[in-house]
Design a protein around this ligand. Structure first.
Ligand code: ADP
Ligand code: MG
Length: 730
């Protein structure tokens, strides 16, 4: 792109006006879930018997027979055709970053020379999409080539445009999971089983424990025309070069600031469409970095919450384009300012109440609260390295450990009240439990402002796993990640801890100990065991890294090495006990993660090298020639001594351009060579390590010199939109 075009592009971007959002006179309560075949629609479109059967399938996990499936499909077809649907697809979450769909028309030959629309129970329940081009980590070569997708009745079907979307799991013919949903559902079942058994100590009427998730999705918006002029953004989702803008987030004026008009129009449009698809959008605001925003829904049952997050991501991308934006979900699109995460608010609730909400009115409630807090911490403590592995990726690695996101060490923040409570538990007896916790009423000495109920926690933004009153907030998850990867680990780890706890308590009870005493005894022991995971201090400090290492926490900072946690004996055992993953599935998943890591850095290195050699060096050389030309001309018209003085500055610039340019050219050669060497390595793990150790650091070191050139070279010549142009939506 020539500089003149760059100016036009930037100018156009700044002139853009907000796109009008169709004036929606309906209230959200009226259009919520308009395009979802939820219970309400089932009631309307299914025969009573079929409706009852479906409720049983959804609520109690009973198996769906083909006759019922046929009846459901008939009702669905009627509803969908009223909405103009012509196609259906199974919608699943393969081990890539997004979702997958393959649309089939409803049309079939009617045998009389015409066509009919047809949709049967079999179409609804199972499909066999060709699995061969999805990542499988060797599962297909070891087992069976074909894969199939199977309907997940717990997540309602929905309509997008002309297509009926059917949420499904995606598995190989021999039963190995090829997606996120299948193991997620197993982990939800595992934590349900384990937590229900423990909850029954306290409340015998409990029959089910539900894992809830409320995600907070951060994202950036950039103007579409500027995006198109940045090949690095287009290819990798992040800017591989670009000097800091003089002003970025240092004034803290974007966070919670008034939302720019174009963005507000985008958000409104997005939320209407999301609500129509049953996504319960609730919160929107400007985030810390310029052009960074957040959307959070009301929390939901986890399986549904994750489908909704994946659907929302698709929707964000589409709606952004309608408004002349691109939605960036990369964890670190711009260096030097905050990146994007996706806080995962996780909690457990019974069919009769909540489990992590404390404190209660009775000693029993308090002991229940403490038990579930402590056993959650036990799971996180035992598998802290694995939890970190579950969120690491080539892209999220840019965010972790920087002073904006959680550090690359998993620890848990509990806040003062809860920390004190756990400390004191050592000495107290059952009755004291009543008084230890309790909402603190704070009187504010401000006229007309009522008393506030304080959460049982204060806030610590540096903690990756913080207790926030009635839930834990896992903050290390990347903005573009599928939440399932980390939630599978968390659910399973907590399930294992609770099951282990119950075995120990039951042993004491069998020996004649009173149940509550047995529980208290085991809880006290576990508080001691998992103490190393508890840290309320500053997670960004170097002292914490040293201290964490002493405590035996995982402090590995290299992404490929973090992934080793997936194949540790403790991991394999935990997933086997909870029936979530077999060892073969774990091996496959690890290999996919390693391969994805390699490919991401490989693509970055290629596009970066191209940009350096085809965009940056030619422009730097051209500007340098102009300077040299000027030096010669100055010599022609001035006496020698004056000429040297007049050209001093230019001579210095010529020199600096030479230095930066030769560094770039030489090191791009080294970068290409490092890639060549790494590519020859057969072993996937070793290859990922080579990419991490040799390729990735070269990109960073060359980038410094490109960014220096950006400061020197005439703005009119510079080929790429700059940070200051991309980061401020007008
Ligand atoms: P903050 O940014 O202050 O952490 P937000 O309001 O942006 O909070 O998001 C909090 C998220 O946590 C929302 O999705 C909310 O529905 C969810 N949440 C609240 N209570 C629970 C709970 N008990 N379990 C799971 N998620 C919860
Ligand atoms: Mg928030």
């Amino acid at each position: 792109m020539s500089a003149t075009i760059r100016f036009q592009v930037v100018g156009e971007a700044f002139k853009k006006k907000a796109v009008a959002v169709p004036n929606c006179t309906e209230r959200p309560s009226e259009y919520f879930a308009k395009y979802v075949f939820n219970r309400q629609k089932m009631y309307q479109y299914l025969p009573a018997k079929v409706f009852e059967k479906m409720c049983d399938v959804i609520d109690n996990g009973t198996k769906l027979d083909l006759a019922t499936a046929d009846a459901v499909a008939a009702g669905m077809k009627k509803w969908a055709m009223e909405l103009g649907v012509t196609h259906t697809t199974h919608w699943f979450q393969p081990l890539t970053e997004g979702t997958a769909e393959k649309h089939d028309g409803l049309v079939e030959h009617d045998g009389k020379g015409g066509m009919v629309e047809e949709f049967t129970g079999k179409n609804l329940v199972q499909q066999e999409p060709d699995a061969s081009s999805f990542p499988s980590g060797g599962i297909r070569s070891t087992f069976e080539a074909r894969g199939y997708s199977a309907w997940d009745p717990a997540s309602p079907v929905f309509v997008v445009d002309d297509t009926l979307m059917i949420p499904t799991v995606f598995i190989s013919y021999t039963g190995e999971a090829l997606d996120y949903k299948a193991p997620l559902k197993k982990s939800i079942a595992a934590v349900d089983k384990a937590a229900t058994a423990v909850a029954q100590y306290f409340y015998p009427e409990v029959t089910k424990v539900i894992a809830n998730l409320g995600w907070e999705q951060e994202y950036f918006l950039v103007d579409e025309s500027l995006y198109a002029a940045r090949p690095d953004l287009v290819m990798t989702g992040r800017t591989l070069m670009g000097h800091d803008s003089a002003k970025n987030q240092q004034m803290d004026d974007h966070y919670f600031g008034s939302i720019p008009m174009r963005v507000a129009a985008f958000m409104k449009d997005l939320e209407i469409q999301a609500l129509e698809l049953g996504i319960p959008c609730k919160t929107r605001h400007n985030e810390v970095a310029p052009n960074q925003f957040e959307l959070a829904p009301i929390f939901e049952e986890m399986n549904l919450a994750i489908d909704h997050n994946m659907l929302l991501i698709e929707l964000m991308r589409r709606v952004a384009r309608k408004h002349g934006f691109r939605c960036l979900l990369h964890e670190k699109p711009f260096a030097g300012i905050n990146g994007s995460g996706k806080h995962n608010n996780w909690s457990l609730a019974t069919n009769t109440g909540v489990l992590l909400h404390g404190p209660g009115k009775t000693p029993l409630d308090n002991l229940r609260f403490i038990t579930f807090i402590v056993e959650t911490l036990m799971g996180v403590y035992r598998h802290n390295g694995l939890l970190k592995a579950s969120i690491i990726s080539a892209t999220n690695a840019h965010r972790l450990g920087a002073n904006e996101a959680p550090p690359a060490i998993i620890s848990s923040f509990l806040g003062k009240q809860l920390s004190d409570l756990l400390e004191k538990l050592d000495e107290c007896d059952e009755d004291d439990l009543l008084n230890l916790a309790g909402k603190q009423v704070v009187e504010l000495d401000i006229p007309q402002i009522p008393e506030l109920m304080l959460d049982n926690t204060d806030r610590n933004r540096t903690s990756p796993f913080a207790f926030t009153g009635n839930r834990f907030e896992f903050r290390a998850v990347g903005s573009q990640a599928n939440c399932a990867a980390s939630m599978i680990v968390l659910n399973s780890a907590v399930a294992e801890a609770l099951t282990d706890f119950k075995e120990r308590v039951d042993t004491l009870i069998a020996q004649g100990m009173e149940p509550m005493k047995a529980i208290l005894k085991q809880v006290r022991q576990d508080i001691k065991t998992c103490r190393p995971i508890h840290f309320d201090g500053n997670g960004y400090s170097e002292e914490w890294r040293i201290e964490a290492e002493k405590r035996g926490l995982d402090v590995e900072s290299s992404a490929p090495l973090m992934l080793d946690a997936y194949l540790r004996p403790t991991t394999i055992e935990m997933f086997a006990k909870t029936h979530v993953f077999t060892e073969a599935e774990l091996e496959a998943r690890t290999e996919i993660k390693q391969e994805t890591y390699i490919k991401k850095i490989q693509i970055e290195a290629r596009i970066f090298g191209d940009l350096c050699l085809n965009h940056i060096i030619p422009v730097a050389t051209r500007y340098q020639s102009q300077l040299i030309d000027n030096v010669h001309k100055v010599k022609e018209i001035f006496p020698a001594e004056t000429a040297t003085k007049v050209s001093a500055n230019n001579l210095q610039l010529i020199q600096r351009i030479s230095e930066h340019s030769s560094f770039i050219t030489e090191n791009v050669e080294r970068l290409i060579e490092a890639r060549r060497v790494a590519n020859r390595i057969e072993d996937v793990r070793q290859k990922a390590i080579a990419y991490h150790d040799t390729v990735a650091p070269l990109i960073e070191s060359i980038r410094y010199h490109v960014d220096q050139l950006e400061l020197i070279v005439d703005d009119e010549l510079w080929p790429l939109p700059k940070y200051r142009e991309m980061l401020f939506i007008r």
